[in-house]
Each structure stands twice: as C-alpha cells, then as structure tokens.
Design a protein around this ligand. Structure first.
Ligand code: HEC
Length: 651
C-alpha cells in the first residue's frame, strides 16, 4: 500500500510502507543489535547509525549481513537466528527512525523549476531537507513557498589545511575588516561523545564532514543538519593520544571520504551514504601504534602516517590506492640496524626508535613531492641508548609521491631530548628570496626557531629564534644545525628548559598570507621543568622516559606575524591566559587573521597590524584550527569548540 503524504502542498510526496514494529523483531533487535547500534538504531559506541543504511539494502542483503556479519568491520554473525526471526527483524529494521524523528522514506521533491528529484529523504525541518537521490547523490534543499531550491557550496575545503600547500589561507573576501564586527554563529552541531574535539571540518559539494575518534558525521554545511553518521567501537586497551579521542579530520577525493581510526586503520566511506567501502590496517595497534591525523589525498593515492611517538613505535609514511585501499609504498622514518642512517643511532635505541608521523603533510604537484614531518625519537627524554643525531626524527622529509623514495631531509633538532616533534605544518611558499623567485618551505618549529628552506633541495636558507626565551641552543650555524648548550638534558632533579615540552608552537595550524607576505603562528613564551624517569619499552605502556611540569616563570601565548624575508616579528598580539590552549590560525584574502585565542574566544585581527576587530567568546579550551568555505553564496568560518562544531557568517 502506498500512502501519499502531503507536506507543504505538493512539494514533498512521501511513499510510506506499512511497516510496523513487530514484537518478535523488536525483541531480536533489542537482544542482539541494540547494544552496538543503539536502541533506536541511530548508532551507539560500538556500531554505526543503521537507520540510514537499511533503506539502501534489499531484504536479501540485510538477511545476509545478519547471518554472516561483517567480520573485519566488527559486526558479528547471527547464524543461529531462524528464517522467521530474521524476517521479523528486517521489518523492525525498516521501521527505524532517524535521530530527529524522521524515518528515512522514499519520496520525491519538486524544485522551483518543476524538476522532480526522487530519492530517500534523510532529514528535513521547516526550512530545509537533505535527500539521497535515486542517482545516489546527495541533494541539499531549501524550502521556497511549496517547492524547494537546490543549494550547495561554491568554495570547498577538501583536506586538513584547505590547500595542499598547507597555507590555511582562503581567497574568500566576503568577510572583511569593515564588516567582521557583525560575524555571528549561523548554526552549531553537538557531538555527544567527545568534549575535546580536534577536528578541522572539511567541506565538499555542500556537505561538511567532521570527526572524532572512530566517528564521522556528514552535515549540511548551510544548516548543520545531520545527513549520515558513521561510528564504530573505540579500541579497548589502546594507549596514546587517540585513546583520549583525538582525531584531526577527514579528507575527500572523488566519491570517497577517508579517515583514520583510533587503532591506525585507514577507512574509505561512500561520501553520500557513509557506507564503508574498504578498510586497511596500517600497523598493529598492540605494538603501541594509534592514529589521530587527517589523511592527505594526492592523485589517486591517499597518504597517511600514525601516532605513537611517545610510546616507542617505529614511524612511517604510507600511500594507499584510493580505489582499493591497497598499500602502494611505505617509507620508514628510521633505519633498521645496519641500514644507511643507522650510524646516527649508537646503542640499542633502534629497537623502539619512535619518529612518528602524526600530522598531515603538504604536496607540490609540479615536483610531485610530498613534504612530511617526523616526530621525536624514543624515549623522548633519555638519549643514552641512542647517541648520535637519530635520523630522521625531528625532521622534514621530501618524498617522491609516486614511489615514496626519500629526495632529501632536513633535521631541525638532532638528538632531541625535550620532545621537540617537528610536526608543525611544513608550509610551501613561492616567493622572492633575496631578489630571486624561489620555492620555499617555511616552518616555525616546536624547538623555538623559525626556518626557511629551499624545498627543491632541502637547503637551509635562514632561521631565527621566534620565542622570547630559548636556552638549549645559542643559535643556528650556516647549515641550520643548532649550536647546542651543553648540560641541558633532563635530570632526575628536573631541568628548566625553554621552550617547554609543548614547544614554542605545536601542531595547531599556521597560515601564510601571500598578500601581506607574513606568516601567522600561535606561539608560547613558556619554559618547562624536564625530569628524567627510567623507561623500558612494553606493549601497552608509555615510553616518554621522563615527566614534564611548567616552570615557575610566567607563561604567555602570543599570535606572532613573522616577515618571512627577514625573520622579524612584524607584530605580535599577546593573548589572555597562561598558554594552555591549542588554537590554530586561518588567514584570508580580505586581510583577516582568525584564530582560537587563549581565553577561549574565536578572534579576528587585522592581518597587517594585529589590531583586534572581532571576538566571540566560545569558552573553548581550544584544540582545533579554523577553516572557511562558501555555501549558497555566503562565506562561512567554521571551527570545533569543545564538543560543538560552530559555523559563523555575516547576518
Ligand atoms: C558488536 C557490535 C555489533 C552488533 C551486536 C551488531 N552490529 Fe551491525 N554493525 C556493526 C558494525 C561495526 C557495523 C559497521 C560495518 C560497516 O560500516 O561496514 C555494522 C553494520 C551493520 C549494518 C550495515 C551494513 C551496510 O549496509 O553497510 C546493518 C544493516 C547492521 N549492522 C545490522 C545489524 C543487526 C540487525 C544486528 C543484530 C542482529 C547487528 N547489526 C548487530 C556492529 C554490530
């Protein structure tokens, strides 16, 4: 039987099937399925929202999923259910409603020009509607009289830093110095599972994708309405940052959205429906690997690294085929004993060398070169068993994107003892350098120095101290090697070293603005007490070799604007707080710098002089970086604050 339901005149015709919750079916569901998929099927800690998946499957397909399970993905098989029980269960599945009360139903929407779009209505409100068309494309619609207007994005942000150069700069100019004072939230979306989000939202074809550990939502980027949700169990017994729920975001290419799981698997989902397409184990989490980064699509590959640098993994960067998930190449960040580079590891240190690769790299298409950063050696604060430079830890490496072959490396902190990961984004800039056009790579490093390299060969061009206090080196030599101050290693009594363990800066985003020639970076003038503690590597245990406390000196966070030609700080904006937040930076073609300020506000300043122009008190303990996109001809700035994704626009 077909029931035609008239909503708002003729705009929305819904075909309902007379599915009723069968008592046997509901009983089976409650007993066997609800603990993972939630009592309403909208997803729980251990399984995804299936309310949206069920209408995409035939009864036969559902029966086979239930009978056989999805072993690799974590869904058990239910071979003992009888045929009758399964058919009752399927009727129950077909009655599942979405989070906001709607059962996804097949229907048809009429556009203002009379075009009809048949498909699955996933969600709707008084103002908007999200539909998965029979063409298997998402359609985002806005109510207009008794019909609908199709809307989408005009400017996207498809990977972690927005562009492959890593500059976190947008060409959008709608929000300007003169009107930014009116910027206000347009919508918010709350993660119920994580109050410490680290994701950078990405946007493609009108859809925003936001992540937490093992969880991703697709949202209508103009209203924040949920389109689909994918979730799977957090890994029990996991250690490292991913165990705390950190995940820095997804990436999109073609029809697929990619993300890393907490236990270092790379997954590809159908961007329209959130269905799992493939899953590849990058490394064994039981050997202390975990993953928190956002992958980077390049050509027909997707590139990713892992976390575990404080837990003594052996780091690597790897490339996977976007279609199949098959590994194409892998570059290890540390040598095996006897291999070239192993002479920089004297002692037993190569057994658990660390050198993890936990942040997103950058890419230069003309050179077909990937630039990826490598973290600290292990144990972080004890160097006795790893005398030498410890290649390629605390370095940036240039890799051939096709083969993963090393082209060059530059090491910022040889033989690191203070956890000075080099994970800050290696930003690619084409600019004049001493009168010549040059391909540069710039980075403010965690160790307190700002570097300019020639990215075609890795040659050091210049470097300057950007924090107020730096006491582990007196400067850099002509090759960029730090001039070390002896006796600064962590001790059992505790050693005061500047910058602190969290660095002069850290993983949160920086921005280079080609119009001002300035590089914007959130910096901490902060020292720390480094205390040595014995470390033995064990699966399931940390491998820091020390502990860390703030030094008694006052700590201060400043947004600094560095002139990349001179290394001089052109202006600085002191923030309110004690340098405890991790908010990143975005800059715009309209001359704004937008950043997460230390007191918890999202703030905008004049990119040319640092004058503050706008702030919104989000009361966030920032762990995220902002991005920008244009949807339905309106520019948005979005950022995750605590558990909430917020999208701002002009009135
Ligand atoms: C231990 C947890 C767990 C239990 C119990 C469980 N599932 Fe799942 N289920 C999962 C996971 C994880 C996935 C995700 C697999 C994927 O995304 O491909 C999944 C996927 C599904 C899908 C989507 C398949 C698709 O089309 O992609 C359906 C439908 C489903 N489960 C139904 C059920 C039913 C019905 C039951 C009870 C009989 C059940 N599940 C019990 C974990 C579970």
């Amino acid at each position: 039987m077909k029931i035609w339901l008239m909503l708002a005149g003729t705009a929305l015709a819904v075909i309902m099937s007379p599915a009723q919750a069968q008592s046997t079916g509901m009983k089976v569901f409650t007993e066997h399925c609800a603990n993972c998929h939630g009592t309403d099927g909208n997803g729980g800690e251990l399984g995804p929202n299936i309310a949206i998946r069920v209408p995409l499957r035939t009864d036969q397909e559902l029966a086979s999923v239930v009978r056989q399970g999805l072993g690799a993905a974590g869904m058990p098989s239910f071979g003992t259910l009888s045929a009758a029980e399964i058919s009752e269960l399927i009727a129950t599945l077909r009655s599942l409603k979405l989070r906001f009360g709607a059962t996804p139903v097949h229907g048809e929407v009429t556009l203002t020009d009379g075009t009809r779009i048949p498909g699955l209505i996933l969600n709707h409100s008084f103002a908007d509607l999200q539909l998965l068309g029979d063409d298997h494309k998402l359609h985002l619609l806005r109510k207009q009289g008794d019909r609908y207007r199709a809307v989408t994005s005009q400017t996207d942000w498809t990977s972690y830093n927005g562009s492959l150069s890593g500059s976190r700069y947008t060409d959008l100019q709608q929000i300007t110095k003169t009107n930014v004072a009116a910027l206000a939230p347009k919508w918010t979306f709350n993660f119920t599972s994580n109050s410490n989000l680290q994701t950078t939202p990405i946007v493609s074809n009108g859809v925003m994708y936001v992540t937490s550990a093992n969880e991703i939502y697709a949202l209508d980027a103009g209203s924040g309405r949920e389109i689909w949700h994918y979730q799977r169990a957090r890994t029990k017994g996991l250690i490292g940052n991913a165990a705390g729920g950190a995940n820095r975001g997804a990436a999109i290419a073609g029809e697929r959205v990619f993300m890393l799981t907490d236990h270092a698997h790379l997954v590809a989902l159908d961007k329209h429906s959130g269905t799992l397409l493939w899953e590849t184990e990058m490394a064994d989490w039981r050997q202390n690997y975990n993953a928190t980064g956002a992958p980077l699509p390049v050509g027909d590959l997707v590139i990713a690294g892992t976390s575990g640098g404080d837990e003594g993994v052996r780091g690597f960067v790897a490339a996977y085929d976007q279609k199949t998930g098959k590994e194409v190449w892998r570059w290890w960040s540390t040598p095996l004993p006897g291999e070239p580079g192993s002479e920089s590891w004297q002692g037993k240190g190569l057994a658990h060398p660390a050198g993890s690769t936990w942040m997103t790299g950058t890419f230069d298409a003309t050179e077909n070169t990937l630039y990826w950063t490598v973290g600290n050696p292990g144990p972080d604060m004890i160097g006795d068993d790893r005398l030498g430079d410890n290649l390629y830890t605390d370095s940036v490496v240039a890799l051939d994107a096709k083969t993963g072959k090393l082209k060059w490396h530059f090491q910022f902190t040889p033989h690191d003892l203070w956890d000075y990961d080099a994970q800050e984004t290696p930003v690619l800039v084409d600019a004049m350098w001493q009168g010549q056009p040059r391909k540069l790579l710039i980075q403010a490093n965690r160790n307190g120095f700002f570097y300019v390299l020639d990215r075609s060969n890795g040659k050091f061009l210049s470097g300057w101290q950007y924090v107020k206090d730096l006491n582990w080196a007196t400067g850099l030599d002509a090759t960029g090697r730090p001039l070390r101050v002896p006796g600064m290693e962590p001790t059992r009594e505790g050693k005061r070293v500047c910058p602190s363990l969290t660095g002069g800066t850290n993983w949160y985003s920086t921005s280079f603005n080609p119009l001002t020639g300035l590089y914007y970076v959130q910096t901490d003038d902060k020292c720390g007490i480094f205390t040595r503690v014995d470390a033995n590597w064990e699966a399931g245990k940390g491998y820091m070799g020390g502990s860390f406390a703030p030094a008694p000196d006052p700590a201060k966070r400043l947004l600094r604007a560095i002139d990349i030609a001179t290394g001089k700080t052109r202006w600085e904006l002191p923030e309110t707080g004690n340098a405890g937040s991790f908010g990143g930076v975005l800059s715009t073609a309209s001359g704004l710098v937008i950043f997460g300020e230390d007191s918890g506000a999202l703030m905008a300043a004049d990119a040319s002089n640092g004058q503050t122009l706008w702030s919104f008190q989000a009361n966030a303990r920032w762990r995220t970086s902002p991005m920008s996109y244009q949807f339905d001809n309106r520019q948005y700035v979005a950022i995750a604050a605590g558990s909430t994704v917020m999208a701002f626009a002009l009135p």
